[in-house]
Design a protein around this ligand. Structure first.
Ligand code: MUC
Ligand code: MG
Length: 373
């Protein structure tokens, strides 16, 4: 194979409107900010990556602005001139020099995989060892903040055969109000839908004891991150007593976090997110830890646009089990697309073409319109 060097990295902040306000416990989104990475190589191949978080610094330790700054000032100098075809060597070079920063790391790993896939004529899923499925079932998040609106939205999704798994965002309102909200949604949708909740760490352990009990008794299938990632003892106790399974999301900020959660028995499901592990290859290391520990898997999202969503999808296509399916609906929450290939959602699933790399090309006109100057 011809050698190719990394020539440049360009990180671009893009602000895109959402289809409606998206209310999470810690932040209400009216737009989503993507950080897009263009990694150019000496053989004229360009790899695309994405490092997107939610609500500035409301969700995690990296903001779009810090991700861009760290890519420009710390990642790029380490990568320029390196062999673009050796992803192990490039990522190990970053490991030696940079702590944390899994979002930025994920963008780099994604862009290297995309470039290598284009170079070899292989989809990223094939570079990762081979896909075992071509599509992924996708959940939708109900987060309008209004019970009636959420029910109407879910009914519409069911009718359109777009989603039949719904994750309800709670935690911001008083406990009893949130519980009534979720139970009303489950009652309205009945057995045709799986209803789950995401508390985004907003309950205390004492609230979670009651919350998990009531939700479990009312047919809620899964409870995501009910309490703080810091309260490990509480997570272990809840995982033992909750009638509905507990999923770890914010608790996993690295592959090492996944190992210690598994060792402690602090969750029975892991939300896999490429951004919180350091890329599509890194997230598969967390998946392997889960599999060894008997922990079930769910394909999570940081509400990325199409680049991050397809990078996640390619990784999830390779997994032996994905019992709780995925929530790769990020592009559907946005009013605008900045790539030429809008992802294909039909019959409750995201269908992933087996084309080289991520199978995506930027729409330069739209990128120019929405990039932050
Ligand atoms: C999260 O905490 O899971 C995923 C779906 C959604 O609506 O928010 C995200 C973040
Ligand atoms: Mg979550």
């Amino acid at each position: 194979m011809n050698s190719a060097r990394i020539v440049s990295l360009e990180s671009i902040i893009v602000d895109l409107p959402t289809i409606r306000p998206h209310k999470l416990a810690m932040h209400t989104m009216r737009q989503q900010t993507l950080v897009i990475l263009r990694l150019r190589c000496s053989d004229d191949i360009e790899g695309l990556g994405e490092a997107t978080t939610i609500g500035g610094l409301a969700y995690g330790n990296e903001s779009p602005e810090s991700i861009k700054s760290n890519l420009d000032h710390h990642f790029a100098p380490l990568l320029i001139g390196q062999d673009a075809t050796n992803i192990n060597a490039a990522m190990q070079r970053l490991d030696k020099a940079i702590k944390g920063n899994t979002f930025a790391r994920s963008a780099v790993e994604t862009a290297l995989l995309d470039a290598q896939g284009k170079r070899l004529g292989l989809a990223v899923s094939e570079l990762l060892g081979g896909r075992v499925r071509d599509s992924l079932e996708v959940a939708w998040t109900l987060a309008s903040g209004d019970t009636g609106k959420d029910i109407d939205e879910a009914v519409q999704m069911l009718e359109q055969r777009r989603h039949r798994i719904f994750k309800v965002k709670i935690g911001a309102n008083p406990l009893e109000q949130d519980l009534s909200h979720v139970v009303a949604i489950k009652k309205a949708l009945g057995a045709q839908a799986s209803v789950r909740v995401d508390v985004n760490q907003y309950w205390s352990e004492s609230q979670a004891i009651r919350g998990c009990q009531v939700l479990g008794e009312n047919g809620i299938d899964l409870i995501e991150q009910p309490i703080s990632r810091i309260n490990r003892g509480g997570q272990i106790r809840l995982n033992q007593r909750s009638p509905a399974p507990i999923m770890a999301d914010e608790s996993i900020e690295s592959v090492e976090d996944a190992f210690s959660l598994a060792a402690d028995g602090a969750a029975s499901i892991f939300a896999l997110k490429i951004a919180k592990n350091g890329g599509p290859r890194a997230v598969l290391r967390t998946a392997q830890i889960a599999e060894a520990a008997g922990i079930a898997l769910y394909g999570g999202t940081m509400l990325e646009g199409t680049i991050g969503t397809m990078a996640s999808a390619h990784a999830f296509l390779t997994l032996a089990q994905l019992v709780w399916h995925t929530e790769l609906f990020g592009p559907l929450l946005l009013t605008e697309e900045i790539v030429q290939q809008a992802p294909e959602y039909r019959d409750f699933e995201l269908h992933v073409p087996n084309t080289p790399g991520l199978g995506l090309a930027l729409d330069e006109e739209r990128l120019a319109r929405f990039r932050r100057t």
